[in-house]
Design a protein around this ligand. Structure first.
Ligand SMILES: [Zn+2]
Length: 197
């Protein structure tokens, strides 16, 4: 078949497609095992297939820039550098921001954080969006996970025959860094804890 046009597209990998209930179940695991994740952060930081895990709720965005998903490893690096940390309104303990959004027009910037002691999430307001956005972006671009897709257009129009040729499906040339399911990571960390104790 004659190939008329080819182009490669590089795009960021998105969180796995799941139902609302599945996303919620991942998030509940995050909430209930957050201390376990912090305790085992070295394993996650040193293992790309754990580092690059994305949850639907790990993101930052504005109406202008759109949403950027933040891998678990990037969040851990930020928290280790004492970025994206705030105080829990209940116990006053350190809490960890994992989601933020703002409107550059209205100047209303909000975040969601998790308190490991209270095992709860809460929302807060940031004084400026840059306070949250700048540290995330500077670390995020050091750890990209992208897929490369070859798109081929193999049909063409002919006055005599109309549309000629069959469309060819996209081909994934490079699928990026593979990750494991979040629930599998929690199981592994649980086992690591048992093994130690
Ligand atoms: Zn608390």
């Amino acid at each position: 078949m004659e190939i008329f046009e080819e182009r490669t597209v590089v795009q960021n990998i998105l969180p796995p497609a799941k139902t609302k209930a599945e996303h919620q179940s991942d998030f509940d695991l995050f909430l209930n095992h957050f201390k376990l994740i912090l305790e085992h952060q070295e394993i996650i930081l040193n293992t790309p297939k754990y580092f690059q895990i994305l949850l639907e709720r790990f993101h930052v965005g504005t109406s202008i820039t759109g949403i950027a998903y933040i891998p678990l490893g990037v969040l851990l690096l930020l928290w280790r550098d004492e970025e994206l940390i705030c105080q829990c309104p209940e116990c006053n303990g350190n809490s960890y921001i994992f989601q933020a959004g703002g409107s550059l027009l209205s100047g209303d910037h909000r975040y969601t954080a998790i308190c490991p002691e209270c095992k709860r999430c809460f929302c807060g307001r940031a004084s400026s969006f840059g306070e949250i956005y700048s540290p995330i972006c500077s670390i995020l671009k050091k750890y990209p996970n992208t897929e490369t897709i070859l798109k081929r257009r193999t049909t063409t129009f002919s006055w005599g025959q109309g549309l000629v040729g069959k469309p060819t499906p996209d081909e994934v040339i490079d699928s990026g860094i593979p990750t494991i399911e979040f629930k599998s990571l929690i199981k592994l960390l649980d086992k690591a804890l048992e093994g130690r104790g």
